[in-house]
Write a protein that binds this ligand. Structure first.
Ligand SMILES: [Zn+2]
Ligand SMILES: [Zn+2]
Length: 207
């Protein structure tokens, strides 16, 4: 059973302490410069998705973040980020000459910005949604998104945007428990079990 999000503070403290003890500050400039290639490729891919892909229709009109409705990997986002950061890291280490080394972050941004729409277009946006969201997706009539379902695993009440219908639970599951489930085998996104699960009527707050 997962101990909860709060405990990650100790993991982060341990990482920070280890890095400081290893005298990371001496290498900070190189380290941040190196990481910025990945960071910029990531942000540029996200920006391209929101600004270009969503507008053109290669990406769903709404933002879905729950594992129950997504493919494990979407080449439009992850692929463009990996390619852009790999190329720009090679440039960062001087593989393509002095100019490319100095402008490696621009290579990261430019590649991610162009590759993300290109891959989304080539894959026809197929790897965004694995199945429609019947809880509060587009086309689902929801009277009140702040109404809650109780997660079948942690038994906490969550508002509709944080809830998925789970065939393994046979009912509602919260996004955290859903993303941490190692044994469900992602049956919710696979036929023939990937059918919407009938959920109870959500609880409206303040009544
Ligand atoms: Zn839960
Ligand atoms: Zn699932």
């Amino acid at each position: 059973r997962h101990p909860g999000r709060v405990w990650y503070i100790f993991l982060n403290l341990a990482i920070a302490l280890t890095l400081m003890e290893m005298n990371m500050f001496a290498a900070l400039n190189k380290l941040l410069g190196f990481y910025s290639n990945v960071g910029i490729a990531w942000i540029a891919a996200v920006a391209a998705d929101l600004v270009i892909n969503k507008r053109v229709g290669w990406s769903p009109k709404y933002i879905e973040f729950k594992r129950a409705y997504l493919y494990a990997v979407n080449p439009a986002g992850f692929g463009s980020m990996v390619i852009a950061s790999t190329v720009s890291i090679l440039a960062f280490f001087g593989l393509f000459g002095a100019y490319a080394e100095a402008f490696s972050t621009f290579i990261a941004a430019g590649l991610a910005l162009t590759l993300c729409p290109l891959i989304a277009w080539a894959t026809k946006g197929r790897y965004y949604l694995a199945r429609p969201n019947p809880v509060n997706g587009p086309g689902v009539a929801v009277a009140d998104v702040t109404a809650t379902h109780t997660c079948g695993v942690c038994e906490t009440a969550y508002e509709l945007p944080d809830i998925a219908d789970c065939p393994v639970q046979g009912g509602p599951i919260c996004s955290l428990c859903c993303s941490l489930d190692a044994e469900c085998g992602d049956v919710c996104t696979k036929a023939p079990t990937g059918e919407p699960v009938l959920l109870p009527v959500p609880q409206v707050r303040g009544d």
